[in-house]
Unconditional design. Structure first.
Length: 178
């Protein structure tokens, strides 16, 4: 057997060096890659995070005609359903800024949502559907309640926001398709 018939180790050495370079590049990227994007609409509460006084929740907001989920933080002690629903309302231009969820009250499988009286008005069909879908998605992401009851803070039941019937408990599963 001549020297020409013996395979060379050079291709294996080159392949090993390329693999090592790729691995080291991946390690570098993971350790010092790009930082998370800054969301100016929901800046992180750095002081609360440093003190451990923040609570995380998932908001369901409308962006570019789509309902999307966003992870957010609020000060410890915040009702995360209230925060998530108000974020949803803020994302819909048809809703007045004064229309807010003030508090929630749990009764078995039902969750009473108590809104300011500004919320109880008539909206167009598309806006009404977007509002209710976003509210129900926010509730489903941040609570295990099976049904929602819509009320104003003074205890009056909200019967409709336009064409939909909201009397009595509304199934979260039906509204969210789950």
């Amino acid at each position: 057997m001549s020297k020409r018939d013996t395979p060379s180790a050079t291709p294996l050495v080159i392949l090993g060096l390329v693999a090592l370079a790729v691995f080291l590049g991946l390690v570098y990227y993971v350790r010092s890659g790009p930082s998370p994007k800054y969301d100016r609409n929901n800046p992180p509460d750095v002081q609360a995070q440093q003190n451990g006084d923040a609570v995380g929740y998932t908001a369901a907001v409308w962006k570019d005609g789509k309902l999307v989920q966003e992870e957010r933080t609020a000060p410890k002690g915040t009702d995360i359903v209230v925060a998530a629903v108000n974020d949803a309302l803020d994302s819909i231009s048809a809703v007045q800024p004064e229309a807010r969820l003030v508090e929630t009250e749990r009764e078995g499988d039902n969750l009473k949502l108590k809104f300011t009286t500004n919320f109880n008005q008539t909206y167009g069909s598309d806006d009404e559907r977007n509002i209710l879908t976003a509210i129900m998605k926010a509730v489903s992401l941040n609570s295990d309640a099976e049904n929602v009851v819509f009320e104003t803070v003074n205890g009056d039941q909200i019967q409709t926001l336009g064409s939909g019937d909201l009397v009595g408990p509304q199934s979260v599963r039906v509204w969210t398709g789950g």
